[in-house]
Design a protein around this ligand. Structure first.
Ligand code: MG
Length: 455
């Protein structure tokens, strides 16, 4: 048996708990490996609002500089703003210090190439090899990098988004939007984008705070109750909630009803395909079968990838697709940049509503076929994951897809996806069916199997 290669990168970048699982020396060595991988040029460095962010960003700057790279420090910015600025302002690459939606103790690194998109999986392995071989470049006193501040990242990001939508058509509708910023990084960008689009903006949790005292860093139907209430109380047209680093956005309609990421993704996909008929959509195996129905209407193709924004982003680029999304509320609009972007997604949603001239709940009921979903997660010791997956497979009689984990079809419109997480010691279980009861039953059935095999 060959040993598995040592990994640092998970589903989305490197994640760890600073000062507990890894110290700052780790961040310096890893950043030296990243700088060695880039080989030349200036790297744009940013961070989200996490408490460990300033310490970690300084360590990463040190590592990059020590490998000979120049560093432009953007400070506190949303991840998609950093990624867009890498592309628009012409950097060699980008490093974002973030743990996205993970609990407050986590932090991590996300590495983008010159196109601003997360580097391909093979390049992650090149960085890991440099790190484990200890073959980082160590610059001497005359070739060490130069650091400077870069203050135009958020401005470039906002301008980029505003240029991709019909600002006049949106402004004419005079939308009221409630934004739950979740104490996260979109606080510095999203409200100003909506204001530039003529919206009245009401904000919740709009102080950047790395302890995430508001609703935590992850927007979910459970954590969005305040947003729903605020939308109803204010008579707003819609609500939106962002994750900690601002690349994901979850919406609620004018009644305060939370849309799954699949529903908002399908709504925007329909709007985008109106303009790009026959275009290609990309989504993961975890998202709803509703996407095939939406695509069919426009003669569009759907490509299904492994779970993870990197897979979706890289597939969009390789196959020249126009739009992609994840069931967790991450949308990627290729004409802007093929990364998940909460700010761009909000602007597209506003333009979609402006064009349709209807309330969000109405547009949703016309455009997106109704399926019901359920999900849960079970803690599983990584050593037991293989046994768990074998036990799940034994339960199967219908079709099985093996793009990522096991997707088990139990009926014409019913499936469950059982998949070990790439970032945490858990197994995630998703299900979709014609009724909520069926979806929940499916999730419970497979959760039981996972729990007993993991015990
Ligand atoms: Mg995120």
């Amino acid at each position: 048996m060959t040993a598995l290669p040592q990994r640092l990168f998970g589903t989305n970048g490197v994640r760890f708990v600073p000062g507990v699982s890894h110290d700052l020396d780790f961040a310096i060595s890893l950043a030296e490996a990243v700088g060695t991988y880039f080989g030349s040029g200036e790297v744009l460095l940013g961070r989200d609002g996490r408490l460990s962010g300033p310490a970690l960003a300084n360590a990463v700057a040190s590592g990059l500089l020590s490998s000979g790279r120049d560093v432009a420090e953007a400070g506190l910015v949303p991840t998609p703003a950093l990624q867009y600025a890498v592309k628009a302002l012409g950097f060699r690459g980008g490093v974002m210090v973030t743990a996205s939606h993970n609990p407050p103790q986590y932090n991590g690194l996300k590495v983008s190439g010159p196109d601003g998109v997360e580097i391909p999986r093979l390049d992650e392995q090149r960085i890991e090899k440099i790190y484990f071989d200890k073959s980082q470049t160590k610059a001497d006193w005359k070739s060490v990098g130069v650091a400077r501040q870069e203050g135009s990242v958020v401005r470039a990001y906002q301008r980029g988004i505003l240029s991709k939508v019909d600002a006049k058509a949106i402004a004419a509708r005079k939308f009221t939007i409630v934004m739950d910023l979740g104490n996260g990084a979109q606080t510095v960008a999203a409200p100003y984008i909506a204001e530039s689009l003529g919206c009245k903006v009401i904000t919740l949790n709009s102080t950047v705070d790395g302890s995430f005292p508001g609703r935590g860093p992850e927007p979910t139907p459970d954590t969005m109750k305040d947003l729903s209430a605020a939308v109803k109380a204010s008579g707003a047209d819609l609500g939106v909630a962002y994750d900690g680093d601002g690349d994901r956005s979850m919406f609620c309609d004018e009644e305060g009803r939370v849309l799954w990421g699949d529903q908002s993704g399908c709504l925007i996909a329909d709007f985008v395909l109106d303009r790009h008929p026959g275009g290609t959509l990309v989504t993961s195996v975890a998202s709803s079968q509703a996407v095939e129905a939406v695509a069919k209407k426009h003669g569009a193709r759907v490509l299904r990838t492994k779970v993870g924004a990197v897979e979706i982003a890289r597939t969009i680029i390789e196959r020249n697709a126009v739009f992609g999304f994840e069931e967790n509320g991450g949308c990627l609009y290729q004409p802007h940049i093929a990364v998940r972007d909460g700010g761009m997604t909000t602007a597209l949603m506003l333009e979609c509503l402006a064009r349709k001239g209807m309330a969000m709940s109405k547009v949703l009921s016309f455009v997106v076929p109704k399926y019901f979903q359920a999900k849960t997660k079970v803690e599983v010791n990584p050593k037991k994951v293989d046994a768990v997956m074998k036990a799940v497979e034994k339960q199967t009689k219908g079709d099985v897809e093996r793009v990522d984990g096991l997707k088990l079809w139990t009926g014409a419109h019913s499936w469950a996806l059982v998949r070990p997480s790439g970032t945490e010691p858990i197994v995630r279980i998703f299900a979709e069916s014609d009724t909520q009861e069926d979806a929940e039953q499916l999730v419970n059935r497979f959760a039981k199997v996972v729990k007993s095999a993991a015990a």
